[in-house]
Every structure is written in structure tokens, then in C-alpha cells.
Design a protein around this ligand. Structure first.
Ligand code: AMP
Ligand code: MN
Ligand code: ZN
Length: 812
């Protein structure tokens, strides 16, 4: 069984006791293998019936690939052995990357040109490139990718930045003039029949040099490239076809990859016209793989467009001008195959064989179409020159890359799905760069979307999303499972939770939800809020600040059972807001509670600044942003009301100047009696009975001035509806924060509250965590446990690091 499983590239650790513990695991392995084998059967049957389900390159009929098993690639020997994968099924084509003299640079750094010699230079090559080969020899740069070494070097020397990323032939192309020979009507030169033409396959440096010398003697030649992009991260140029008027050549660019640069001598010679068809990609591939540039190019694709030929493809041009029915069957062939089958060679040859003839014909047509003027030819020439100026740009992974792909899809994801998508995207990108595989090979987009959408709980669910399962998905299924698990732990936005709830069941809405405080920002609403009841006295379960006691103070004496005041603890408020007088009773009370809560205990609360990253407030994906915005809206409304009330308050303030003086005295006195919270609690409890009586007896003034109260208590413990405490309070505020407007003060009786949340325990964490507060202690423990398992912080972290590309993938 192990042999069969290995043959099919499946995990096969049947006898490895360290890896597998039980029968169940072994059984899973067998099931996985059966799935994989049956999938292959399905694919093969599909292919046989003409339904190709994969985008994998086609092979010529009857082609027998050499039996090569590849284990690893693109690695420098020695180091990082633990990260090396052993992928057994490289589709039996030897990875050409293995033989590259210069290792592929998939690092997440910008592409820097490979050029180090600049033939046909009008402006010399910047010293940065000219000295590149010397730098490469420096031992300290040997163990980092080439581009990174260059980048480090550039950082060290703080120069060459412009040179590094500029087009080496920018100046020459800017000053390029179309040759005189193109300005008149061309003599069309017939192509040789393909069957009679010789086609030289070039795979040695000597032959390449000889070819270059031949090319230097002609006035134009045609060029095309074949490229492979499935089993490589950046893609590989596998072939270059060149045709002169007399001969065709096919260069094995896998073999001569590092020597191709010598062709710059002819490719950048402005006197030699290079004819391409649709050179957009070719220009980039030439730079990426060989450091080749093109000066003096004519693109027949742009000529076709200019001529309005309806279709601009090469096969259409060949049909129109050469009456040749070209067979584009091998366009997507796997061009890495060696030795190349005859059919593929013939196909490749045909791509350039007719091109110079087409070049003549389209120029003639352009000339005619331009009424005997070379304007249209010039137009195509200019377009082609612009194309030559194109620079290869390496795909760079950023923490937002996944959003580009996400936006292209039609699906709308919730926070968890999007988190999964982000994590999968990062995983895929990292693995692709490491293993030098395309992202499409590692995990095709549609599979990635499906996994993110379904968030499978089990590894098997991930496998089920992928048909056929990509080998690296199968191999790294546990890593992927962890990523999905991590995504599932991402808190949902409140709206998403509600939507989710609505889907599953009808929620029992309680009246409390209307007046929700700013703390209920997390995954769930009332139930979590009610968890705070554990902090409260047992007689008032589920209510943070009950209105009942205060209602007794109210003249109507009416109780509003079950009403929750929005406890606006202004941890997030930018400035302290004063209580407006014309709010509803409940709102006023809520406000005074907040006020009395805020001021006396602020010093015992976590600092206002330490717990929230400033950036988080502005990051729309963060919870704080949501809270903060909601808060802002509330405070704006309040501020408007407050502006009106300021006037009234000022008048009241005048009336009560005397009381203010008293209050000042009392305040100064109280300052000398600042006790610990415990002492205050004790005092409050002592005074509790007294004040309860006082509270029911509104208007009685005698208690407050006589009481020796601490700074904090002076504000909170006195139940007095007269303006006196307000004045006193104002004074206090003046002492602390000068700009707070005057207001009516309705103190809250803290003697009835549970002070546990302010005693020493509340200080054990200096980190504020809205989730934790909202979830209550039960959830908190759960979250922490998850942290330990998932290695990902559940508490609030600044958005940057939260979304950043994490390099701590589990090592295999
Ligand atoms: P061509 O210029 O037609 O010879 O194509 C050059 C290379 O472009 C091929 O070797 C393929 O790698 C790639 N290519 C061409 N056409 C397509 C296509 N329709 N889809 C994807 N890749 C293509
Ligand atoms: Mn092409
Ligand atoms: Zn081609």
C-alpha cells in the first residue's frame, strides 16, 4: 500500500510511528489516497472524453515524458533543510530551474534589471549595473537572493535608486528615430515554404554567438518566445524563435538562459529592426529571464490594429497574408519538455517563419492606407517603441494584495471568510515563492474562494473544496486546517452576528437592547451584555446600572423596570462631554451616572491612552473604529445640545457663587483625605444607610457639607438635587479639566454598586480589551486558551500587525 501511495504522490507514513498514532490516522491516509487516485482516474477519463478539467499544459499525442522524479528545487545547498519539501510528482518533467546557473529570485522585492553590459549605448550603463558582477562575488551577499543583495547594497550606499529601477535603454529609446528604409513602400519579399526551410536548434554558447554574428549582418529579423508559467512562480521563457529572411532558429533558452544577454548586441542595435507579433509579454519576459532589451521594434499586432483587420491575432494575419492555416494547438503546450517533439518544434518555427513577410505586407498596406505617406507606419513604430519601454514588474505581496483578487470575485465575504481568504492568499504566495510554483498550481483561485467561503471545520472539508486536490494542498493540509481554524476565531462584526442569528433562529429581543452602551460591540448583543451581571448585585441580575433606585428619587416615583441606561464611559471620547439638561429622564440619568462614574474613578481606571492603538481608531476593520465612530455620533449630538445648555448653566452658575466657595473648601478638604478605593468602599458602605434615607428625602441639604468625603466621594455619594453639588462639581472639574461646561448634577449612589470591578483586580491587566469586557469573564478565559493553541492574539491588537503578513508559518 505504501508503494502505491507513494507512486501517486500521497502521504504514506503508514509505518512511521512518530507521525501517526492510531488506526484512525492510518485509515485516513488510505481514504485520502483512494480519493487522490480516483480523482486522477476522473481527470484522465475527462481528458479522454475531450473534457479537459485542468489548465495544465497539453502534451503532444503519443509523447512519452522521460521518467524523472524530482524531489526539491531552487534551493541552495545546506541551509534551511527543514523547510525543503519533497514533492514527488513533478509531472515527470525535470524542473529546468534545477539547472539554472543563477537561482530564481522569487523574493518579495522589486525587480532589478539583470543587465550588466550595455551594447549600443548612447548613454552609458549606470555604475550600479556595471559593477554588479563584482558585488555578486562578495561573500556576504551570497546567502541572500540576488535582488535582495542588490537592494541591501543600495541601502548601504544610499545611491543608484533611480538607476536600479529605470529602463536601461530609456535614453536610447527616447531618442530613437525610425530608419529611412521604413518610410517608403517596401518591396515584399516572399517567404520560403516552411518545409524547405532549415531550422537550427541552438543550445550551445558557440552556436548562440554564431547566430548573434549572423543577426548583426541583417537589417531585420523576427522574434518570438514560448513561455511556461504553471510550474514556476514568475514563469520561465523556454524557447526563443528567430527568423531571418533565409533561416529559422530555435534557441533553447532553458539551456542558454545565462548567456542570452549577448543578444543585446543585436537586439538593441537601432539599425536592425526586430519584428514581433504582440510583444507585450515578450518584452517583459526578455527582461525578466535574460536582461534583454529591444531597440528598434516593429509589432505586427499593432500594424493589424491600425489596418482594422478585424482580428489582430497572428493566425489571422497568416490566414490573410499567407493563406496558412496555423495550428495554435501548442500555444499552451508545456514548453519545458526536452527533447522537444518534432510537432512542437515545427509549431514554434512557424511562429516566426512568416513574420518578416507579414512585416512587409502590413507595411505596404499601411503605406497605401496612408495615401503614400509613412504616417501610419510611423504610428505603429511609435506604438512599438512605447512597448519596448515597458518594464517588467515583479508581483509583490503586500498585506492588501488579497483584496485586489477579492474585489475581482463576485462573492461577498464576512469577516471570518475574508480572514480565511487573506490567510490562504498569504500562504499560497509564500509557498509559491519558496517552492517556485505558480499560485495557480498551489491553489487555484476558485478553490481558494471555495475554502474561504465554506470555512471547513475538518481537513477533509478543505480537500473536498478542491477537485482535483492540488498536491501542495494535500501535503500541507494540517497547516491549512490551522489557518481556517484561525480564521474561524476571528470575531464577526455585530451586523454579521445578527445576520447569522437571524438565519439560524429568531432572537428573543429584550427591551434593554435599545439603549445599548458602547461596550456591546462584540460578536453578540444582549446575552454578552448580560454577562456583566456577574459584577452586579445579585438582586439586579442582568442590569448594569439599574434605574430602579434612581427612579425612587424621581417625583413620579415610577419605576422603569428592565431599562438599561447607556453607560457612556468615555474611554474613547476625545473630550469630556457635559450632561445636557433637556434629555429624557433616562438619558439624563445615564449621563449623570456616566459623569459620576467617570470623574471620581478615573484615576483608578486604566489610563485613557494606553489601551488603544491610535491607528486602530482609524482602521475601518477594527472594532475600535466602530466604537469610536458610534461614540463620535453620540458626542456630536450631545455637544450640540450642550451648546444651548451652556447659557442656562452659566446663569445658574452665577446664582450659586456662594455654594461654589463652599464647595471649593470642601474639595480642598477632601483632597487631604484621598483614600484607597477600599477605604472609600468602606466609607461608602458606612454612609450608605444614611444616604439611602437622604436619597428618598430629596432636597435635604444637611448631609453633604458636613460629611468628610474624599475627592471622589464628594461627587458621587451625595444625593442632592439642589444646584449646590453641581457648583462644587464644577469647581472640581475646573481644577482638573478647565473646559467642561456647567450642568445639573444628579449623582449616582455608588453605595449600592458593586465595587469589585474597581478594586485591585481590575489593575491586573493594563491592556484594555473591549472583547473581554463585552464577553465577561467566561469568554475571556476561552479566548486566552485559544491564543495558546492558535498562536494568535484574540485580544485587541493594532490593525497593522493584525493584518500583516506573518512569517511564522509552522515549520514542517
Ligand atoms: P505566442 O506568442 O502565441 O507564441 O505565445 C507565447 C506564449 O504565451 C506561449 O508559450 C504561452 O506561454 C503564452 N500564451 C499564449 N497564448 C496564451 C493564452 N491564450 N493563454 C495563456 N497563455 C498564453
Ligand atoms: Mn509571441
Ligand atoms: Zn510563439
Amino acid at each position: 500500500m505504501t508503494q502505491i501511495m507513494q507512486h501517486h504522490g500521497c502521504r504514506s507514513h503508514m509505518r512511521d510511528r512518530n507521525r501517526l498514532t492510531g488506526l484512525e490516522d492510518r485509515f485516513d491516509l488510505v481514504v485520502d489516497s483512494n480519493d487522490a487516485i480516483l480523482e486522477k482516474v476522473g481527470i484522465l477519463l475527462d481528458e479522454a472524453s475531450g473534457v479537459s478539467r485542468t489548465q495544465q499544459p497539453v502534451m503532444p499525442a503519443g509523447y512519452q515524458p522521460p521518467k524523472i522524479v524530482v524531489s526539491s528545487w531552487n534551493r541552495r545547498g545546506g541551509e534551511r533543510r527543514d523547510e525543503t519539501f519533497h514533492l514527488l510528482h513533478a509531472k515527470n518533467i525535470q524542473r529546468p530551474q534545477l539547472k539554472f546557473k543563477e537561482k530564481v529570485d522569487n523574493s518579495n522585492t522589486p525587480f532589478v534589471s539583470k543587465i550588466f553590459i550595455k551594447p549600443n549605448a548612447v548613454k552609458p550603463l549606470p555604475s550600479y549595473f556595471a559593477n554588479k558582477h563584482i558585488r555578486k562575488e562578495r561573500p556576504e551577499d551570497l546567502d541572500v537572493p540576488a535582488a535582495l543583495a542588490d537592494f541591501i547594497h543600495q541601502q548601504r550606499t544610499q545611491e543608484h535608486v533611480d538607476d536600479m529601477f529605470s529602463h536601461p535603454y530609456q535614453y536610447e529609446l527616447d531618442h530613437l528615430v525610425m530608419p529611412e528604409s521604413l518610410k517608403c513602400k517596401p518591396d515584399v519579399q516572399m517567404y520560403k515554404p516552411l518545409a524547405e526551410s532549415t531550422c537550427q536548434f541552438i543550445y550551445t554558447l558557440d552556436d548562440l554567438v554564431a547566430l548573434n554574428e549572423k543577426l548583426a549582418k541583417v537589417s531585420e529579423f523576427a522574434v518570438d518566445l514560448e513561455h511556461h508559467s504553471y510550474r514556476s512562480f514568475l514563469g520561465i521563457t523556454c524557447l526563443m524563435q528567430i527568423s531571418t529572411r533565409e533561416e529559422d532558429f530555435i534557441i533553447d533558452t532553458l539551456e542558454l538562459r545565462s548567456e542570452m544577454y549577448i543578444l543585446n548586441e543585436t537586439f538593441t542595435d537601432p539599425a536592425i529592426v526586430k519584428v514581433f507579433h504582440g510583444a507585450d509579454s515578450d518584452i517583459e519576459w526578455l527582461q525578466k529571464d535574460f536582461g534583454l532589451y529591444v531597440v528598434s521594434m516593429f509589432d505586427t499586432h499593432h500594424a493589424a490594429r491600425c489596418l482594422n483587420l478585424g482580428r489582430n491575432s497572428l493566425d489571422h494575419l497568416l490566414k490573410v497574408y499567407c493563406s496558412v492555416n496555423s495550428d495554435k494547438r501548442y500555444q499552451l503546450a508545456d514548453w519545458r519538455i526536452r527533447p522537444l517533439p518534432d510537432q512542437m518544434l515545427k509549431y514554434a518555427q512557424a511562429d516566426t517563419h512568416y513574420l518578416l513577410y507579414v512585416y512587409d505586407r502590413v507595411r505596404a498596406d499601411l503605406y497605401d492606407m496612408g495615401n503614400g505617406q509613412p504616417t501610419l507606419i510611423q504610428q505603429v513604430w511609435d506604438k512599438s517603441r512605447d512597448l519596448s519601454l515597458k518594464k517588467y514588474v515583479k508581483p509583490i505581496f503586500t498585506e492588501d494584495s488579497y483584496m485586489e483578487l477579492y474585489r475581482k470575485q463576485k462573492k461577498s465575504f464576512n469577516t471570518q471568510q475574508l480572514a480565511a481568504f487573506r490567510l490562504l492568499y498569504a500562504w499560497r504566495d509564500k509557498l509559491g515563492r519558496e517552492e517556485d510554483e505558480s499560485t495557480g498550481y498551489i491553489l487555484p483561485n476558485h478553490m481558494m474562494m471555495k475554502i474561504a467561503e465554506e470555512l471547513p471545520k475538518e481537513p477533509q472539508g478543505i480537500i473536498a473544496c478542491c477537485n482535483p486536490t492540488p498536491p501542495l494542498v494535500r501535503q500541507q493540509i494540517n497547516e491549512l486546517h490551522q489557518l481556517i481554524k484561525q480564521a474561524r476565531e476571528t470575531p464577526l462584526l455585530k451586523a454579521e452576528v445578527l445576520a447569522e442569528k437571524r438565519k439560524s433562529m429568531t432572537p428573543k429581543r429584550k427591551p434593554q437592547t435599545i439603549l445599548f452602551g458602547p461596550h456591546d460591540t462584540s460578536r453578540s448583543s444582549e446575552s454578552d451584555f448580560l454577562d456583566l451581571s456577574s459584577f452586579e448585585t445579585p438582586t439586579k441580575p442582568g442590569v448594569l446600572f439599574s434605574e430602579e433606585e434612581d427612579e425612587s428619587v424621581n417625583q413620579e416615583g415610577k419605576s422603569l423596570h428592565g431599562l438599561i441606561a447607556s453607560a457612556k464611559i468615555s474611554l474613547f471620547a476625545e473630550e469630556a462631554a457635559a450632561a445636557p439638561a433637556h434629555l429624557t429622564v433616562a438619558q439624563q440619568k445615564a449621563h449623570s451616572i456616566m459623569e459620576s462614574f467617570e470623574n471620581p474613578f478615573r484615576m483608578y481606571l486604566p489610563s485613557k491612552d494606553i489601551h488603544i492603538s491610535k491607528n486602530a481608531k482609524y482602521d475601518p476593520s477594527s472594532k475600535i473604529y466602530e466604537i469610536h465612530n458610534r461614540w463620535k455620533l453620540q458626542s456630536i449630538a450631545q455637544q450640540q445640545k450642550e451648546a444651548q445648555e451652556k447659557q442656562q448653566a452659566k446663569e445658574q452658575a452665577k446664582k450659586a457663587q456662594e455654594e461654589r466657595k463652599k464647595a471649593k473648601l470642601s474639595y480642598q478638604e477632601s483632597l487631604q483625605n484621598v483614600h484607597t478605593v477600599r477605604q472609600q468602599v468602606a466609607e461608602a458602605k458606612q454612609a450608605g444607610q444614611k444616604r439611602e434615607r437622604a436619597a428618598s428625602d430629596a432636597g435635604e441639604e444637611s448631609i453633604k457639607p458636613k460629611m468628610k468625603v474624599s475627592k471622589t466621594e464628594s461627587e458621587t455619594s451625595v444625593a442632592d438635587q439642589s444646584t449646590k453639588p453641581a457648583q462644587k462639581k464644577k469647581k472640581q472639574k475646573k481644577a482638573q479639566e478647565p473646559e467642561v461646561p456647567e450642568q445639573d448634577f444628579k449623582p449616582f449612589d455608588y453605595s449600592q454598586s458593586n465595587f469589585k470591578m474597581f478594586d485591585g483586580k481590575s489593575k491586573e491587566s493594563s491592556q484594555f480589551d473591549p472583547n473581554r469586557q463585552a464577553h465577561g469573564p467566561k469568554q475571556k478565559k476561552k479566548g486566552q486558551k485559544k491564543n495558546a493553541v492558535g498562536g494568535r492574539s484574540m485580544s485587541y491588537v493594532p490593525a497593522k500587525s493584525d493584518r500583516g503578513f506573518r512569517h511564522n508559518w509552522p515549520k514542517r
